[in-house]
Design a protein around this ligand. Sequence first.
Ligand code: ZN
Length: 395
Amino acid sequence: MGAGQEIAADAPNEKLSAGLSGEERRRYSRHVMLPEIGVAGQERLKAARVLCLGAGGLGSPAALYLAAAGIGTIGIVDDDRVALSNLHRQLLHGTKDVGRPKTESARDRLSDVNPQIEVRLHACRFESANAEAILRDYDVIVDGTDNFATRYLSNDVAVFARKANVYGSIFRFDGQTTVFAPHLGGPCYRCLFPEPPPPGAVPSCAEAGVLGVLPGIVGTMQAVEALKLILGIGEPLIGRLVHFDALKMKFREFNLRRDPNCPVCGERPTIVSPIDYEAFCHGAPDLTKAVPQIAVRELEQRMKLGQPFILLDVREPFEFGMAQIEGANLIPLGELPTRWQELDREKEIFVFCHSGVRSARAAEFLRAAGFPRVANVAGGIDAWSEEVDPNVPRY
Ligand SMILES: [Zn+2]
């Protein structure tokens, strides 16, 4: 059974049987002539309901192409207004729209691209209180949000509802996309990153900047994946992550694994209802302060001095493939309980991950396992890249 069949099974039957009008057959003729799509596929697109989280850089190309492709119902969630600084990448909006709610500007543009479709507006934040109710009326999520609270929330509710979540993210000149769908055999976002980084640990586009055309490429890839899932054609990007480096014009692919201990899609889930992450982050104890820390500059000094120590990387192999600190040993956090014996207890150990949260857990684990000298590298490889070695790619 293909992914598309499972998705279509959720759609109302009367919509599935809705045929194409003469005008629709003309509009979609270049689709219909593809044997992989045909009239049946186009009808399936017409019956499909896609929820676009965010009408920004990623949501713009995704929603434009999905509308043009004839997705019958497109939902847009966004509580923001159009700002002048959005226009270099958010092509749903024009100069005349500055100051308007993004949902309204998006509806006008999408309706112009394709008046045959329904555009539903959700001019609100996607929050724990409304996320499941909003998602109920859609088959697939295209997540184009730019903050961790929404990313974790959209992941969790998509897992609960057994709906595919097409992920995209952008940073400066680099972008990534994948499809999270544990019900179709792949991992979810929390399989890779069980917990969000501490507030402020990762800069946003507003703080770090982004090449304007980059979300155009990543958001368009998200639209491709959404269409493939709905049509049940090709090989969906489930269990694979595509990384795009605009400066090198290189695409690289990484395999992602499902984590049986994942707190939301694992065998014994501990998260079974939506969490309001803004509130949750403040209530959770900050482990990063509970273990000794070393700053990246200090780590650099220790390296230059040539003192013996173990540099332990507890990230996932796909992250190791994207960016590394030279000389580090890789033991992913999830494997530490069965592999810590590989480490020399006599040596000092500096642990790092992406931003310092997972490595704090690892450091705590090692100290509990009797390693006397363990410190957490504050800010992780992200801080290393920012402060010490800009040649290490950020992601
Ligand atoms: Zn998971």
